[in-house]
Design a protein around this ligand. Structure first.
Ligand code: NAD
Ligand code: DAU
Length: 350
């Protein structure tokens, strides 16, 4: 049986990738390696935690010795690497943490893979899950393709660009089997409520202001998280070593237009009079170095591997709102910090 380590599996996208692989690929043993930072939450995986082909390991990818020992003990055949510090605003406040996790952590995994997979690079695979933010920002026109030069602006995107370069360097230098995908903004269930969509849902529910950076004119290209997980599955199984794929929804929204749509949906779902939630929109100081526009050209993925998004944004956003309203306990645990206390008790002395 093939063994796959999925890093960051307790986070937003990682939990969807773990769930997909555990359910759709019973032929694999899935090891979810996660440090359980503020963004990691095992409640995201409650429905599959007892599956026979799933195992959770708590650990830090910055700890090189631990990673080396884990590879030695588990002898994985592949790594799907999602563990990262992922929030741009936090990277502006604390860049070093992003360098440690996103760059040093990735190099630790690459080193362990290089050593433990020596002589069998053709049977193994290192898959790095990356972001479209490595390409920098677009003006009014154009789209990011796989050929767009890297031009990251935030400490977050610079750290992800560095880790992409290291993955390519290990492929070029040592001949390791490696693939990278660069995806646009994800949304859906289990999204941590520091990011625009879940934060806004939470605030609307609580009748709190919805903070819009600057004039709300920045554009993001939104993709339903389960479509991202499916794209990762397709790329993992079909890409050639050294391949890169862009993943995106062809679904651009100005932040303010997106929030107006979300307010309409929330008014309906909460039985509020039309226009009530939009009154909470509050313009606040812009993010430093705020990239104006992201848009992904996912033609290569469509033409070569047949992947396209499965649902429209309107459908996906409605599903997402319904999920947050139906999972009040999850949201309350995350916003109160209760879920972290549980891990402190469970994993002390390990
Ligand atoms: P997230 O912040 O929700 O989850 C990150 C996970 O990584 C958490 O479970 C956390 O506990 C874990 N982690 C953090 N530091 C760790 C460490 N040192 N050791 C082990 N585990 C650690 O992130 P996300 O939004 O799910 O993003 C996952 C990946 O996808 C990231 O690499 C991110 O750059 C990339 N990505 C995200 C998006 C998006 O829209 N969210 C889009 C494109 C790419
Ligand atoms: O493009 C992919 C990236 O998308 C991923 O690599 C990142 O990990 C992920 O966090 C996301 O980054 P963004 O910075 O685009 O996502 P965020 O939800 O933080 O912000 C989306 C847009 O909304 C952005 O233009 C900033 C704006 N914003 C955000 C927040 C949190 C607001 O206007 N108000 C807010 O309160």
């Amino acid at each position: 049986m093939k063994k796959i380590i999925i890093t960051g599996g307790a986070g937003f996208i990682g939990s969807h990738v773990v769930r997909r692989f555990v359910k759709s690929h019973p032929e694999y043993q899935i090891i979810n390696l996660d440090k359980l930072t503020y963004a990691g939450n095992l409640a995201n995986l409650k429905d599959i935690e007892n599956e026979p082909n799933y195992k959770f390991v708590k650990g830090d990818i910055v700890d090189a010795q631990f990673i080396d020992e884990l590879f030695g003990a588990e002898q994985p055949d592949a790594v799907i690497h999602l563990a990262a510090e992922s929030h741009v605003d936090r990277s502006i406040a604390n860049p070093l943490e992003f360098v440690m996790t996103n760059v040093v952590g990735t190099v630790n995994l690459l080193n362990a893979a290089r050593y433990h997979w020596k002589g069998r690079y053709d049977e193994t695979r290192f898959y790095h899950v990356s972001t479209d933010e490595v390409y920098g920002t677009l003006g009014e026109d154009g789209m990011f393709t796989e050929e767009t030069p890297y031009d990251p602006h935030s400490p977050y995107s610079a750290s992800k660009a560095s880790s992409d370069h290291m993955v390519r360097a290990y492929q070029d230098t040592y001949g390791m089997n490696a693939v990278i995908s660069n995806c646009s903004n994800n949304y859906g269930s289990y999204h941590f409520p520091e990011k625009l969509i879940p934060l806004s849902i939470h605030n609307i529910k609580q009748n709190k202001p919805i903070p819009i950076y600057g004039k709300g004119e920045n554009v993001r290209d939104w993709l339903w998280v389960e479509d991202h997980a499916r794209a990762i599955d397709v790329i993992f199984h079909n890409a050639k070593s050294g391949d890169t794929y862009n993943i995106g929804g062809h679904n651009e929204w100005q932040n303010i237009e997106l929030i107006k749509l979300l307010c309409e949906i929330m008014d309906k779902k909460l039985g509020r009079e039309a226009g009530t939630s939009a009154q909470l929109i509050t313009y606040v100081t812009d993010r430093a170095g705020h990239d104006l526009r992201y848009a992904i050209d996912a033609t290569k993925l469509k033409n070569e591997l047949g992947w396209t998004p499965s649902i429209t944004f309107e459908e996906g956003l409605e599903k997402t709102v319904e999920w947050y309203l139906a999972n009040e306990e999850w949201l309350n645990d995350v916003t109160s910090g209760h879920y972290q206390q549980y891990y402190d008790e469970q994993y002390t002395n390990r």
